[in-house]
Design a protein around this ligand. Structure first.
Ligand SMILES: [Zn+2]
Length: 83
């Protein structure tokens, strides 16, 4: 059960990253609403990460939610992984 869920999650992430990479303009348009810097796509988690603000914006139903109120703060481990 866990393995099946993992595979489904992985394939959904691959689908997501393909969609985002197909439309490069979309990624260029997507900047952090706080600092206006470009975002890093975390396909595994389905999030768009701002390294400067250490925030992760969620992607729901393939739609990035670019709202600071909806973003979560990165953990110290996640910040370290970015560097
Ligand atoms: Zn930012």
């Amino acid at each position: 059960m866990d393995a099946i869920y993992f595979v489904e999650t992985q394939s959904k992430s691959i689908h997501l990253i393909k969609r985002l990479l197909m439309d490069k303009r979309l990624l260029e348009i997507l900047v952090c609403p706080l600092c206006k810097s470009s975002l890093h796509l975390d396909a595994a988690k389905g999030e768009l990460v701002c390294k400067a603000d250490r925030l992760a914006y969620p992607i729901r139903n393939d739609i990035p939610v670019m709202l600071v109120d909806e973003a979560r703060s990165l953990t110290a481990d996640e910040v370290n992984a970015l560097n």
